[in-house]
Design a protein around this ligand. Structure first.
Ligand SMILES: [Ca+2]
Ligand SMILES: [Ca+2]
Length: 246
């Protein structure tokens, strides 16, 4: 009986822990593709979240967005090389004509983007910008738009910029506490002030490893009745144990 009680108590605690983090998920891109090879689109480890790359390298003023030349996986994660000459490997905002390299992440259902991790960062204080695209207006392609248009409420339901917290070994992460919007389509890229300004942020770039998100509607992987059931069984076991002792 004591063993059953322990088992049920542990089960109840694990169940509670699952409920507490239910809905928080991570799209991990680190195992997709081959290091050093180039791609137009990448997919996370679940096969459900896709990402493409974009930059403002088009148009006469070099301000119109078009798909980047390629995505490539490096030791520190995924980088973007845009269509302007001399652009660096990172998703950046300073090389190759100071264009802004962005990942467009397609989640297949509406989510709230809650953060991202980066396996490589350039030096200095860096920022990341992000936007939830309006599902009812966004066609699936950014071609021909400007970042200003994307940031406006014509295409975005919410956007912002955050400083990247730097870890050891040039890695880092950001946590998004600003945008409550949900969308199937999220942009995440090198800091661009049209999405929200930041103090003391220098130009730079990153290589992306994962993005974190929560589903639009809270989904509990373990339903509430089953939590009650496990607790109920634990209580019955406890009661049984006390009766035996008495
Ligand atoms: Ca780049
Ligand atoms: Ca440009």
């Amino acid at each position: 009986m004591v063993n059953i009680l322990k088992l049920l108590t542990v089960s109840a605690l694990i169940t509670l822990a699952n409920v507490a983090v239910a809905g928080s998920q991570t799209a991990d891109f680190t195992n997709y593709g081959r290091q050093g090879h180039t791609y137009n689109q990448i997919t996370d480890s679940t096969g459900k979240v896709n990402a493409t790359a974009w930059a403002d390298t088009g148009g006469r003023k070099d301000n119109k967005i078009e798909q980047a030349r390629y995505l490539a996986r490096y030791y520190g994660g995924w980088g973007i090389t845009n269509r302007d000459g001399g652009d660096g490997h990172t998703a950046d905002n300073y090389s190759g004509g100071n264009d802004y390299d962005f990942f467009l992440v397609d989640f297949t259902h509406s989510v709230n983007l809650t953060g991202a991790t980066f396996g490589y960062l350039t030096s200095g204080n860096l920022g990341v910008s992000y936007a939830a695209l309006d599902e009812s207006k966004f066609s699936g392609s950014l071609t021909g738009l400007t970042w200003q248009q994307v940031a406006s409420n014509l295409y975005s339901t919410g956007s912002g910029s955050s400083a990247i917290t730097r870890n050891a070994n040039n890695t880092g992460y950001f946590i998004n506490n600003n945008v409550g919007s949900t969308s199937r389509y999220w942009l995440i890229g090198a800091f661009n002030s049209v999405f929200g300004s930041l103090d003391h942020i220098k130009h730079g770039g990153f290589k992306l490893e994962t993005v974190s998100f929560t589903k639009k509607l809270p989904t509990t992987e373990v339903s509430e009745p089953s939590v009650l059931l496990v607790f109920g069984l634990a209580l019955i076991a406890l009661a049984g144990r006390r009766v035996k002792k008495a």
